[in-house]
Design a protein around this ligand. Structure first.
Ligand code: TYD
Ligand code: MG
Length: 454
């Protein structure tokens, strides 16, 4: 009989038959822990051996009314949820410890409670008194939220069954303890079991469940990825420690668009909504300076203007530095290669630093052209005019591709006082949004147009 696999990686969920210091699956160190195997595998009876109850099948044409949603009134949160909270949805909110998850969810709980949802906040990390003190600091003491400090999942489920709230917040999933699983709270099997119990409770009872999950250094929600698969919606709360901006990002949403973001600012009195993120990401901008370029981006359904900063300096290293914050390092390497191969502009012997201001992380390929502009501006020590935005995708051939939603990008730039834009030719022409529009078909054309060289 094969030996049961009883060791599991707490980072990626891969299982092994013996312990090792490094997970072969994801390469993480010290993440392998012993697990009590579930009662399946050789020896247990196959499901086909005994007959089950036939399930009811239906047609695709069955008419369903869209789920009723409740808005909290915290617009940045409602939008990321897809327009409000859907009953019986299971939502995971992940983020680094200390980033502000508990603050966000206490504020959200208070808003939903005031909007009429019967709301419970269960803290497994802090004592009730601590949560009450935070509520006081946030000015939420009078919100009709029911509070408990508890980690015993059985007791929590029994209470939920009796109370029948509309919404329950579990802060955090890593502190929950299911007494039918023989491992410590925070272990993969505990997190998995607790998440399973709570999500199936949500489906069965119509209660919306929000699970808070801490993220590991590698950026994964501690515990197996299975938690992400179990829930309907996965939100990440991100931000830089030194910055007060926080971004709530939907990475999965069965009830709305993924990739939507909500922007908040951490203040002394909790999280404040930022309704005009562009103004925020540009607020630190002063005089035009070499290496600084404004990218007209789209985050979810909203246009967001953000400043890219590049620094190019002679390197003393045999392998010059390539440092990126807020953008993809591989994509930077690609743009440097295209600049060298297609425009004959090498970056050999030069250190390259690229930073997205304000702590925002950009994933759009449409940022390519703005990155190239920032790199060239830094290399040539020539500032772009301060009132210009840039966007467009660069292909390996050096050709420029139009970006989606050009019109929205231009509109937002116009709204914020920009007067000029640089974008690829093609796409919807004629929509200059009232800006002086410079168009280029390829990177060489762009370099000639903007920096006066070929
Ligand atoms: P918290 O919500 O406890 O983070 P998490 O639950 O993600 O671990 O918030 C942590 C930080 O937020 C803490 O260092 C203090 C800061 N904070 C403020 O700046 N203003 C506030 O009003 C509150 C409540 C917290
Ligand atoms: Mg917390």
């Amino acid at each position: 009989m094969a030996k049961a696999k009883s060791f599991t990686c707490t980072a990626c969920g891969a299982s092994f038959s013996k312990w090792s210091g490094r997970c072969e699956g994801c390469g993480a160190w010290n993440t392998i822990a012993q697990e009590t195997p579930l009662s399946s595998g050789p020896g247990s009876k196959s499901l086909g051996a005994a007959r089950g109850t036939p399930i009811t099948l239906s047609d695709l044409s069955t008419t369903e009314t869209p789920p009723p949603r409740t808005r909290s009134g915290l617009d940045e949160l409602d939008r990321v949820l897809g327009g409000g909270m859907v009953p019986s949805s299971a939502i995971l909110v992940g983020g680094d410890p200390g980033i502000g998850k508990s603050t966000l969810l206490l504020q959200g709980a208070a808003k939903f409670a005031r909007a009429g949802l019967k709301t419970l906040y269960i803290s497994g990390e802090e004592a009730s008194a601590q949560v009450r003190m935070r509520a006081q600091r946030l000015g939420l003491s009078d919100a009709p939220v029911k509070l408990a400090a508890e980690t015993n999942l059985r007791d929590i489920l029994t209470t939920l069954d009796a109370e029948r709230p509309d919404l329950v917040i579990i802060d955090s999933i890593q502190t929950m303890w299911a007494d039918n699983v023989e491992s410590a709270p925070g272990s993969v099997s505990q997190v998995r079991a607790a998440a399973h119990e709570l999500t199936s409770f949500a489906k069965r009872s119509g209660v919306s469940v929000v699970l808070v999950g801490h993220v590991t250094k590698e950026g994964q929600i501690a515990g197996p990825r299975v938690v992400e698969h179990m829930v309907d919606t996965v939100l990440y709360f991100e931000g830089e420690r030194g910055h007060q901006f926080r971004i709530l990002r939907a990475v999965k949403n069965r009830f709305g668009p993924a990739d939507e973001i909500g922007v908040f600012e951490m203040t002394g009195a909790g999280l404040a909504e930022v309704t005009n993120p562009s103004a925020l990401f540009l607020s630190e901008r002063g005089q035009p300076s070499p290496g600084s370029v404004v990218f007209a981006g789209i985050e979810g359904t909203r246009p967001v203007l953000v400043e890219l900063q590049a620094l190019v300096a002679p390197s003393s290293l045999s392998q010059p530095r390539r440092t990126v914050v807020g953008w993809d390092g591989g994509r930077l390497a690609m743009i440097l290669a295209v600049l060298e191969a297609r425009c004959g502009i090498p970056f050999t012997g030069l250190d390259v630093y690229l930073n997205v201001a304000g702590g925002l992380k950009i994933t759009e390929p449409a940022a390519d052209l703005a990155v190239a502009a920032a790199l060239l501006s830094a290399r040539e020590d020539a500032a772009l005019p301060a009132d210009t935005v840039v966007f467009g995708e660069i292909s390996l051939s050096g050709a420029l591709r139009p970006a989606p939603q050009s019109e929205n990008r231009l509109k937002e730039a116009k709204k914020l006082g920009f007067t000029a834009a640089i974008a690829p030719t093609g796409g919807k022409t004629g929509t200059d949004g009232g800006l002086a529009l410079t168009r280029a078909a390829d990177l060489t054309g762009f370099v000639g147009e903007v920096f006066g060289a070929g």
